[in-house]
Design a protein around this ligand. Sequence first.
Ligand code: SF4
Length: 247
Amino acid sequence: MADDTRRREQLRQSVTTYLDLIEEAKALIGGTVYTQQTWDLSTILDVLDPPSIDFNSIDGVSLRVLESMVSGCTSCRLSEGRTMTVFGEGSVPARLMVIGEGPGAEEDKSGRPFVGKAGEYLDTWLKAIHLERTAGVYLANIVKCRPPQNRDPQVDEREACLPYLRRQIQLVNPRMILLVGRTAAQTLLKTDEGLASLRGRYHRWEGIPTVVTYHPAAVLRNTETLRRPVWEDLKRVAAFLGIELGR
Ligand code: SF4
């Protein structure tokens, strides 16, 4: 670690000198006087010299470093079959963070969460409450690698991946969490209760108001029965976020 710190300091000094030279040159060309400045180089240093991956220090890492930790993770067997890790994406901070159980085939190929038919359907839910995945919403999953044949992620796999999600939620800092599907709800809320009894009320995850509903893929398979309860849950999200839905 001492070597890491020394190397980072040397890199910081070199980049600072380089930036100072550029600014001095610009001042010279513009006929002004250059006053030395203090540069915030943390992001550029993270890119040039990524911090070592240390699970004991996950609580202190940035979102970008967390993503790079996930991309190299082999902490559970799901790493063996993945094409890409699916870290999550969206607005930071977010008004709403939607969390599903894990990547499916299309997510595994693209590295992006909630794509394909279920993702498109989720977009219509968000639109119905005047939100968009690209504005104010962050999407993620309990596990970051695809379970084979889309089976549920097993308990040890979920536990292995949970520190990433916990830190991700801290960094995304959502006003509200929407858990979609039984696995996501039971894992984060640490309960064996069924989804039907978990939905229809507000929960809290580490102080953050949380609503549970069905997974969009499940609703697509059973639209007739599940569409109405999902709409009730979405109205609950909108009410908390102060979104007026009209009549
Ligand atoms: S699912 Fe999570 S813990 Fe398992 S290998 Fe992927 S990133 Fe690591």
